[in-house]
Design a protein around this ligand. Sequence first.
Ligand code: SAH
Length: 246
Amino acid sequence: MNQKPPKTLPRLYVTSALGEGLQVTLEKPQTHYLRAVLRLDAGKEVRLFNGSDGEWLGRIEKITKKTTELICHSLLKEQTEPRDLWYLFAPLKHARLDYIAQKATEMGASHLRPVKTAYTQVSRIKEERISANAVEAAEQCNLLSVPEIGSYVSLEKIIDTWPEDRALIFCHEGLDPGSPLDHIKELRYNSYAVLIGPEGGFSPDEITLLESKDFVIPISLGPRILRADTAGVAALALIQATIGDW
Ligand code: SAH
């Protein structure tokens, strides 16, 4: 028997169905983590979630170097829908891209969307890398779902097909600094997205395009120019604290 309270047990995101008595097979990377890193063997318990069936306690039935077989045996948390909040960002390079995917997930973004802008330094991105970081953050923060990852397309294309009932909160360092709290609190859209630019900021044409749309809500994040990854966390905190889930 496992003596640990469920809260402290390892937590893994899986893609298979979860339910009373169902078997889950983990492939090599997760098996390696359980066996070689955490040194777990048969009989030990872990928590499992898949974004649709809630969080389950699973017991390891068999673990080899290559795979782990578990059986789900009790529901720990019912599935809930994540709050709908999109995070749009001009991707940064390497570790800072990892950072922003993790932090946006921790801050409750339900959809991560890299955006190509005029001054974006990154020409191609690995969506699997963003996804792996989002999974890791979701596992650590007790989320029941992992954000979806959108494909990497241009800002113009995104604006062209934008759903008009979703506000696009555009973080714009060129505005007069002032607290955006009152402004955000008064917004009455069905759903929201936040947009953060690249290190070089948005081009004048992009700013003109954004400012011409009714669904775009420009906000300032104060008198200092923030690095893009800091700006992302700050903006999500403001939104969660006013119209979000805090
Ligand atoms: N072009 C700028 C820096 C851009 S900072 C310059 O060098 O002057 C990267 C992104 O972070 C910006 O595009 C914006 O979306 C966001 N950002 C940074 N500081 C901000 C602030 N004070 N207010 C609003 N957005 C900010």
